[in-house]
Design a protein around this ligand. Structure first.
Ligand SMILES: CC(C)(COP(=O)(O)OP(=O)(O)OC[C@H]1O[C@@H](n2cnc3c(N)ncnc32)[C@H](O)[C@@H]1OP(=O)(O)O)[C@@H](O)C(=O)NCCC(=O)NCCS
Length: 337
């Protein structure tokens, strides 16, 4: 029998970035994969070492069948570096109703020591393309025995959040150990220019207690004042005001007030019900990307209260430089020319 080479459910066959690529799992990699699994049995959900017989039968009877299915429960890849297989993994326990899946991954055992961070990060980037860009899943997650703490910082850098710790969930060497679930949601956040229709929602956001707490002007805002201010802002040539939406729901805004030397002061906020989901970094990143398409800017500046930890962290995560700290406000800037 010829082993299949393309998943019916995927639009793309190969997912690549630089020297790394994910290609549908290859029959020729099955024995190497078996060895890796047996060497790393300690962190896998596998009780017994695999035998050659097990592996042959798994590839022939289970894996080969996944390729033709409209909704396979797993999609597996060989991970190649310059054409050589250095790992395998994919999406497993795919839930087609709720559009989520678990990420699985094993790298060649002798790369774990020195290249663990690099290869995991490259892999996460590629598997995300499969899950979010090709399959349009909503959420992907890892389910890991609490045995490899160095994995958590890699997940965090790649935008995953720790979602749950299942206490003493698995019996391991006669001890009960925790299981950690990290997840990432498909934030298909889009930006559009603000219009008059947004005057109510932007008023609700601006007058919200949590938002006001860190604002530079802390006084109460009256709707009439907001209306005037808002209609001026959306028509002013020196202001670019975006509304961010997820699934057509407005979730926040980002505004750039530009001076005559091409510096923009930015302000951004999220509706409080969308805090803590990683949208802050996305709105800032996309806002900057979009404003630079519309205006030539030399510098973008943000002023943040020293108590506003989420905002401070968001600016730092996008490599803004701190330039001053005055009266409990930190000024960040990033240069573009
Ligand atoms: C600023 C804002 C857009 C950030 O939104 P967000 O993405 O929901 O922020 P998060 O809650 O995810 O926090 C961002 C980071 O700070 C961390 N953080 C949040 N509160 C924290 C706290 N009290 N202590 C330590 N870290 C904290 C989060 O864990 C997250 O870290 P990570 O990126 O490593 O995962 C949002 O808080 C907001 O709209 N605030 C009101 C308006 C505002 O302050 N705008 C900015 C004016 S400069």
């Amino acid at each position: 029998m010829e082993f299949p080479k393309r998943y019916k459910v995927l639009e793309k066959k190969i997912f690549s970035k630089g020297i790394f690529s994910l290609i549908p799992i290859r029959f020729e990699d099955r024995i190497t994969i078996m060895h890796w699994r047996n060497e790393q049995i300690y962190h896998l959900r596998q009780n017994q070492p695999l035998t050659l017989e097990n592996q042959e039968s798994y590839f022939k009877n289970i894996v080969s069948k996944l390729f033709e299915q409209d909704q396979p429960n797993q999609i597996l890849f060989s991970i190649l570096e310059n054409g050589e297989c250095i790992g395998y993994g994919g999406l497993v326990h795919i839930n087609w109703i709720d559009k989520n899946a678990e990420i699985s991954f094993i790298m060649q055992t002798n790369l774990e020591q020195n290249r663990f961070d690099e290869i995991w990060s490259e892999y996460l980037n590629l598997v995300e393309k499969v899950a979010f860009s090709d399959l349009k899943l909503h959420k992907i997650f890892t389910y890991a025995f609490d045995l490899r703490p160095k994995l958590y910082s890699i997940l965090s850098k790649s935008g995953y959040t720790e979602e749950a710790r299942l206490k003493e969930h698995c019996l391991f060497n006669e001890n009960y150990i925790d299981v950690l679930i990290h997840s990432k949601i498909n934030h298909s956040l889009t930006l559009r220019l603000a219009s008059l229709e947004d005057e109510n929602i932007t008023y609700d956001w601006a007058s919200n207690k949590i938002v006001r707490q860190y604002a530079i002007q802390k006084e109460e805002i009256y709707f009439e004042d907001h209306k005037n201010w808002f209609s001026n802002k959306i028509t002013a040539a020196d202001c670019i005001y975006f509304i961010a939406e997820v699934n057509n729901t407005p979730i926040g805004s980002i505004r750039f007030d530009i001076n005559n030397i091409k510096e923009a002061l930015l302000s951004f906020l999220l509706d409080p019900q969308f805090h803590g989901k990683g949208y802050g970094k996305i709105i800032l990143e996309k806002g900057i990307e979009e404003v630079l398409k519309l205006k030539e800017l030399y510098k973008i500046i943000g002023v943040v209260s020293i108590e506003n930890i989420p905002s401070l962290k968001t600016f730092k995560s996008l490599e803004f430089q701190q330039v001053s700290e005055i009266d409990a406000y930190i000024t960040y800037e990033k240069k573009y020319k």
